[in-house]
Design a protein around this ligand. Structure first.
Ligand code: ADP
Ligand code: MG
Length: 220
């Protein structure tokens, strides 16, 4: 969870201007700045927190996000992280199934707060196919790695599919038909989070292999 939060923050730093440009076209040019400010605060809080469970880390991230980010994205992502944290509970370890429940809880939280459906040209257009791909992959007997990889790909596809849509929720909806032809900023930040999730899972796996190998070498 720490790997993921830190990687999201690094990606947001790199993509801040791009996200803001996307928001300049159909919103108020603050999405990159909002997300970067929120995740800078999250990384600081999470870095200062002692050994707490992944669920508690996510809840801390959610609370921090809500209190540092205004606009639509603050409460929406804040709720997503809080709900995901609730779903993970205080388990010290979690696997693909519980992670899937956390992803589902965060999408449900976003939709409860924002009332957006797929096709409204919001973050829901990236989150929904990502969750569907994740769950399908697990049902087909896939691993955590293939599930997060499928989710990353589906989120990116959902993000690109927002371009021809007309916005029906959020600030972009004020533009009516003029919102067509632009990629949604929130769907773009959501796709970024799924790319970070895949990277965190792969990094976690290679760390485990490395420490396992060390133990074998130094063991009896
Ligand atoms: P604001 O629109 O208040 O300036 P941001 O620019 O940070 O906030 O975030 C804009 C993004 O929020 C949009 O690109 C869209 O993906 C997402 N969004 C806006 N309204 C909703 C909603 N009701 N449900 C889901 N996502 C939404
Ligand atoms: Mg904005």
């Amino acid at each position: 969870m720490r790997l993921w939060l830190n990687d999201v923050a690094a990606r947001l730093e790199a993509e801040r201007d791009f996200l803001t440009q996307l928001d300049a076209a159909i919103g108020d040019a603050d999405h990159g700045v909002n997300m970067h400010r929120g995740f800078t605060a999250v990384v600081a809080k999470v870095g200062a927190a002692g050994e707490i469970s992944a669920g508690q880390l996510l809840k801390l991230a959610g609370r921090t996000f809500v209190s540092t980010v205004g606009g639509a994205a603050g409460p929406l992502y804040g709720t997503a992280f809080l709900q995901a944290g609730e779903a993970l509970g205080d388990h010290e370890r979690f696997g693909p199934k519980l992670l899937g429940e956390a992803l589902r809880a965060s999408l449900e939280g976003v939709q409860r707060v924002g009332a957006a459906s797929p096709g409204d040209k919001t973050m829901v257009d990236a989150l929904t196919p990502a969750l569907a791909a994740y769950e399908l992959e697990l049902r087909m007997g896939g691993s955590l790695e293939t599930a997060v990889s499928g989710a990353r790909e589906a989120a990116a596809e959902g993000m690109r599919a927002t371009i021809p849509l007309q916005a029906r929720k959020g600030r972009a909806s004020y533009l009516g038909p003029r919102s067509v032809g632009h990629q949604d900023p929130g769907a773009t930040s959501s796709a970024l989070m799924f790319a970070a999730l895949e990277q965190a899972v792969l990094a976690d796996r290679s760390q485990r292999f490395a420490s396992g190998a060390r133990r074998q070498v130094s063991g009896p």
